[in-house]
Design a protein. Structure first.
Lengths: 426, 171
């Protein structure tokens, strides 16, 4: 009998043998992340303990990404508490403006193939791009993991998504997820892992692969997993990761569902306001005008996204009445964008940059609040009503290319209609 | 705990309070938008927007009953803690958001997957945790829920994950 990647990784970290979907296992984990949005919960759970020592703290990173820079005194104080906790227990610490946890962990070598990486955030599924089982937890789990180095899991069933053919120009991993959301609906893969395979994955760069796994959180996925290839291994090596132990699915593994996508037929898509699974083609969005264009987040704030933006904005101007804000996923991404001249191109076009962090993905940072009756096009991952701090504004979601193209025209636009909109790394 | 006491602790009795599908606990039962409020205040506001009479009706020991994907969206752990503070004895739903399910177990709040379409507000429920049987006593109905795995029951019986770890340091 064959096994999925999730069954193998969870099995190797618990019983030593593959386990099957539905089993409950207690597995050793490889790395833990707690961000500032959830740190209070973890610190409160820690205070209930009688013990002081946390043996797993050295493999735990505390990251200040949600409230960066802090919008209030209360959130600045959360950061003070995190710095103090980190110093006392010897955790890894990423301070304000370093970047988003899901970017920082792989970038700094904390993730490798075959690992289990737990994080206090639903977008921990990102780590699956590196063939690692990444999964979201909360404070109690995090404290239990800092004590024991372990976590309990109900082994998930897996949905297999086969991406036949390559992505056409102007279409990105974001559009694949939006397409899947139109099929499964929001949280349609609740409790499940998703494995992505096929030519489209093989030809994707790491940035787009991370988008694919990250955005699976909106499908409700517990984890999203890719097999490792040379692209994965050379990226990990370049970022100082530990020796990879790649894990592949067996050909006869049991899946709860298999779905094939005709990738070359995909087009740039957008999610309509307030419903991440209400999907329309960007070119058929009715020419809705926009006032705020946001590029960033753990889903689409990486170098590839900023390159797409610069390719579209090169020699053009952001439309009158539109504000374009780019928030790089990390300081390293920001610095690379500076060195490549992308920042210059985007700023000459009338765009702006904010320091790295979760930034304008969620209103709790109060980083960029839209006005009433304004329409936002964002490369982030969720568009719940009021997410950016004003329930009277609409938030639409699309790829970085779609956001950049829309910033140029002033309305929701298929990037293929704009010069530079079919750019892709070679 | 004697065998009989242990057996009794596995049977929960309470009055049902019914909600619909897709109840977002971040909005209805957490401090996500009330960061500066304490747990007593948040508990006093819980589910009010969904049902203005809920707070008057609810008594400690009662059961929350809902449709599919209870606890959806990012589902902060605080929601499970608020419900325990209120004295919710269990949550019965046709399905749960994964994060909410996990947080509830870790905080000692029983979460039971069960077809809830025949349950109404005010029904008296008797839930036998180890067999997964749910008796709707005044209707003479017995529903079979998905029994919780042994490992999960052990965490619930300890009152939550950290309590379990204290009793079982070699987890």
């Amino acid at each position: 009998m064959g096994f999925t990647i999730a069954e193998k990784i969870l099995g190797l970290h618990s019983t030593g043998e593959p386990v099957t979907a539905g089993q409950v296992v207690v597995a050793g984990i490889d790395f833990l992340m707690i961000h500032d949005g959830r740190a209070l919960g973890a610190l409160a759970a820690y205070k209930q303990l009688e013990r002081q020592d946390l043996p797993f703290a050295s493999k735990t990173a505390l990251v200040m990404d949600h409230y960066t820079p802090p919008p209030t005194a209360h959130t600045a104080d959360i950061h003070i508490a995190m710095r103090s906790f980190s110093k006392t227990h010897g955790t890894v610490l990423y301070d304000e403006n370093s970047g988003i946890s899901h970017q920082l962990l792989p970038e700094n070598g904390h993730v490798t193939c075959g690992d289990i990486v737990m994080a206090t955030d639903s977008h921990a599924s990102s780590f699956g791009a590196f063939n690692s089982f990444g999964c979201g937890i909360e404070g109690t789990d995090a404290v239990a993991a800092m004590i024991s180095g372990k976590c309990w899991f109900k082994v998930p069933e897996t949905v297999k998504v086969i991406l036949n053919g390559s992505l056409p120009p102007g279409v990105w991993a974001k559009d694949i997820t939006l397409h899947l959301l139109s099929i499964f609906g929001v949280e349609g893969c609740n409790y499940k892992a998703i494995e992505y395979q096929g030519e489209a994955v093989a030809t994707m760069g790491m940035d787009d692969r991370v988008t694919l796994c990250n955005h699976s959180a909106e499908l409700g996925a517990k984890a999203a997993l890719l097999e490792a290839d040379d692209t994965t291994k050379s990226w990990l090596q370049a970022h100082g990761a530990c020796e990879p132990h790649p894990v592949s699915a067996d050909p006869d593994a049991i899946y709860s569902r298999k779905i094939k996508i005709d990738t070359p037929a995909l087009e740039p898509l957008v999610a309509r306001a307030h419903q991440i699974d209400q999907i329309v083609k960007a070119g058929e969005a009715g020419g809705e005008s926009i006032q705020l264009a946001l590029i960033g987040s753990c889903t689409n704030g990486r170098l590839s996204d900023i390159r797409q933006t610069a390719a579209i904005l090169e020699g053009k101007k952001v439309a009158p009445g539109v504000r374009l804000m780019v928030t790089p996923a990390s300081r390293e991404v920001y610095l690379a964008a500076v060195r490549e001249g992308l920042v210059e191109t985007i700023m000459e076009a009338g765009g702006s940059f904010a320091s790295a962090g979760c930034g304008p993905c969620i209103g709790i940072s109060q980083r960029y609040i839209p006005g009433s009756n304004e329409r936002v096009i964002s490369s982030a991952n969720r568009n719940n009503k009021g997410r950016l701090g004003n329930p009277e504004a609409e938030i639409w979601i699309g790829s970085a290319a779609t956001v950049a193209a829309s910033a140029v025209t002033g309305h929701i636009t298929d990037p293929r209609e704009i010069a530079g909109g079919t750019w892709r790394e070679v | 705990m004697s065998e009989q006491e242990k057996k009794d602790s596995l049977v929960l009795k309470g009055c049902a309070h019914l909600f619909g599908n897709e109840v977002n606990t971040d909005i209805h039962c957490s401090n996500k938008y009330m960061l500066d409020k304490d747990i007593a205040y948040v508990a006093g506001q819980a589910f009010k927007q969904l049902d203005p009479s809920f707070q008057e009706r609810f008594q400690s020991g009662d059961v929350i009953v809902a449709g599919k994907n209870f606890g959806n969206s990012s589902s902060r752990e605080y929601a499970a803690q608020v419900m325990r503070y209120m004295g919710v004895s269990a949550v019965l739903a046709s399905s749960f958001n994964r994060g909410f399910f996990r947080n509830s177990i870790n905080n000692g709040l029983p979460v039971i997957e069960c077809d809830t379409k025949d349950i109404e507000t005010g029904d008296h429920l008797e839930i036998v945790l180890d067999t997964g049987l749910v008796n709707v006593t005044d209707k003479g109905l017995t529903l079979q829920s998905t029994p919780l795995p042994r490992e999960v029951m052990a965490i619930l019986e300890a009152g939550g994950l950290l309590q379990y770890l204290r009793q079982n340091p070699n987890w």
